[in-house]
Ligand binder design. Structure first.
Ligand code: ATP
Ligand code: MG
Length: 225
């Protein structure tokens, strides 16, 4: 059934950079080619080769919001962003998450300066200042461990916080560890493994089932282990 006969369109929310790049092969497997490059185009809505399928480019942390409120029918978002926002909304955001796409893989960790004795600080029951973009995940992690923390919300370059004395520790994403090493920081705790998931609007799942199901199935078949 084409969008010409149903009058339905599908809007997919993606973010620039690794999520866009790593979603392209999955889209291709579903027969969808994006017709413009978000790095060079000024358009926020990118057309595809398929009538009725379009891509909206949003900030990584805005993807769940677009999908939750129907600004997009589906999207690709990191588990970090999804978990943080679910906690902020009291545990759930009502997004259907049919697939772990196994892309944009990294881990969320606690890191400190190499010369800071984290184990000793915890043992003494000291309050630790923690800088992070992920305040809800950090709050839950340290509460579960019974560690007292003062959380400092940052929007970027978390690695700078322990180097300037803003905080003793950070909660951040780590992939190779190269950025931590370059800044003389060490990982002291692992919080969770991160990858990106496909998220689908609940109403769209019902109303646009005939368009969504084949797309979800094609994505599922193209996921690399
Ligand atoms: P910006 O960098 O524009 O401020 P952002 O940090 O939210 O925005 P990205 O860096 O593209 O955007 O990250 C998007 C998602 O990719 C994250 O939510 C996370 O799931 C994943 N990610 C982030 N950093 C890494 C990394 N170093 N390696 C692998 N995946 C990562
Ligand atoms: Mg980033």
């Amino acid at each position: 059934m084409s969008s010409m006969t149903t009058g339905l369109t599908l809007t997919l929310a993606l973010s620039k950079g690794r999520i866009f790049e790593e979603t392209l092969p999955l889209l291709r497997a579903a027969g969808i080619e994006v017709l413009e490059d978000p790095e060079t185009s000024r358009k926020l809505i990118l057309p595809t080769n398929r009538d009725g399928v379009r891509i909206v480019m949003v900030r990584a942390s805005d993807v769940p919001t677009y999908v939750q409120y129907g600004g997009a029918d589906l999207g690709v978002a990191g588990r970090d962003v999804l978990h943080e926002q679910a906690l902020a909304q009291g545990g759930s955001h009502g997004l259907y998450q049919p697939l772990d796409l196994n892309i944009a893989r990294c881990r969320m960790s606690v890191a400190v300066r190499a010369d800071f004795d984290y184990a000793a600080a915890i043992k003494q029951g000291s309050r630790i200042r923690v800088a992070t973009k992920y305040t809800e995940i950090a709050r839950q992690h340290f509460a579960d461990k019974g560690v007292h923390v003062d959380l400092i919300k940052l929007y970027g370059s978390m690695e700078l916080a322990p180097l300037t004395g803003l905080a003793e520790a950070i909660v951040d994403l780590v992939s190779t560890g190269g950025t931590l090493r370059a800044n003389k920081l060490v990982e002291v705790e692992h919080i969770m493994e991160i990858s990106s998931r496909l998220v689908v609007n609940q109403a769209a799942l019902k109303l646009k089932r005939d368009l969504l199901r084949p797309l979800i199935d094609a994505f599922a078949a193209a996921i690399r282990p």
